[in-house]
Design a protein around this ligand. Structure first.
Ligand SMILES: *Cc1c(COP(=O)(O)O)cnc(C)c1O
Length: 394
């Protein structure tokens, strides 16, 4: 059987064309192409401002800085996420408060957040992950959604939207909701620039601060040689900024990837639907409980093993790997990590949902190169392994 990798990027649009333009332009680092990427991104998302940066982690750090989060602050963070979501808080000395997630969606829910607010009434910030590409419950018709709950309690929201491109909630794309959102173009994300990120917001103050801080705190008015009255070699430094800009070489790939964003999403949804059709009714496998397939970015497709726990998950991943099928696990929750155990108060039994998810979940390959035949192969092996006597008895 041919190898089926967990992920493979697809660069079959205008990537090479725009990249060549940049390479031949005489300007490699941040310039015109990064601006085009930002404008097209903001237009696509439907937000006022988009700022291209070197990674999602950089965007998250800049967002934390722009919201003035400091060592005096505590911030709500889901435990079921990648370390970047929480580590940026440590850059400024803030304290993450790790929250359990919903057993089905793996997201923070209004109910989880309400309880966290009751227990920590002075916490005024939330890092919100849209797990796997399914948006968290931002607004709701029947009960209060996360945004209104946050507004009422004076809580600002940083969306870790690394999985959520493109994801919708109530007809609007993630990235267009308050207060600020951070996207990733890392190689295995839904669109890629190899390494890269984008920050979006409608807030002019956040925009100005992030624009300043992503490139050394250089005052743009004097930096911009076209609009400034000062000589072009003179500039001012108004803060100790960072080196988080996205070079044009990478922005070129991003502009081309963005052109294909909807067809890439549709291809992943097609793969997800094939999994659902073929694995439906298998007694050992639990399929994801999803709200609206069209609103999902389909960055991650997880199944759960119903038979047993940890050992079985690892065993199945190894057996799939033995026949050339790449799988992944999202995530070992942060409260189980040495570092977060050291700095957070996070007793295991506060995280019963995340613990269960970690024990039984496997992320299956989901990317635009997967054929019907590939999915067929994966499902055949999965059904065979999960039903086999040796597997059940192990
Ligand atoms: C990938 C990822 C990040 C980090 O993205 P980079 O662009 O690699 O910095 C942050 N948060 C989540 C949830 C991710 O999956």
């Amino acid at each position: 059987m041919a190898e089926i990798p967990y992920f493979r990027y697809k660069l079959t649009g205008n990537e090479l064309k725009y990249l060549t333009e940049v390479l031949e332009s005489g300007w490699l680092t941040t310039g015109r192409m990064a601006q085009v990427f930002e404008k097209n991104f903001a237009d696509y998302i439907g937000c006022k401002y988009a700022l291209a940066v070197s990674s999602c982690t950089a965007a998250l750090h800049l967002a934390v800085e722009a919201l003035n989060i400091s060592h005096q602050d505590c911030v709500f963070v889901p435990t079921m996420t990648f370390t970047a979501t929480a580590e940026v808080l440590r850059y400024v000395g803030a304290q993450p408060i790790l929250l359990d997630v919903d057993r089905n969606s793996r997201n923070i829910t209004p109910a989880i957040l309400q309880e966290a607010i009751n227990n920590n009434p002075s916490t005024k910030h939330l890092m919100l992950v849209h797990f796997g590409g399914q948006a968290a419950c931002l607004n709701d018709t029947d009960r209060e959604g996360i945004i209104s709950l946050c507004r009422r309690n004076g809580i600002k929201i940083i969306h870790d939207a690394a999985h959520a491109l493109p994801s919708k909630h109530g007809g609007k794309l993630i990235g267009s909701f308050p207060d600020v959102s951070c996207f990733s173009f890392y190689a295995n994300k839904t669109i890629t620039t190899a390494e890269g990120g984008m920050l979006t917001t409608d807030d002019h103050e956040i925009y100005e601060r992030v624009k300043l801080m992503r490139l050394h705190g250089i005052d743009r008015d004097s930096w911009d040689r076209f609009t400034s009255v000062k000589p072009k070699w003179e500039y001012d430094i108004v803060a100790a900024g960072f080196k988080y800009n996205l070079p044009d070489v990478l922005a070129a790939i991003g502009v081309a990837q963005l052109e294909q964003i909807d067809s890439l999403r549709a291809a992943r949804q097609n793969v997800a639907q094939m999994y659902i059709d073929r694995l439906h009714g298998q007694s050992q496998i639990r399929l994801p409980n999803l709200t609206n397939n069209e609103d999902h970015a389909w960055h991650i497709f997880q199944i759960e093993l119903l038979t047993d726990t940890k050992l079985k998950k690892n065993e199945l991943i190894n057996e799939l790997s033995d026949v050339g099928i790449g799988c992944s696990v999202h995530y070992k929750p942060l409260h189980k990590m040495t570092y977060y155990k050291k700095i957070c108060e996070c007793p295991e039994n506060n995280y019963s949902n995340a613990n269960e998810i970690w024990d039984v979940s496997i992320s299956l390959p989901i990317h635009p190169h997967l054929s019907e035949h590939d999915v067929e192969q994966i499902c055949k092996v999965l059904i065979n392994k999960t039903n086999s006597h040796s597997y059940l008895a192990a």
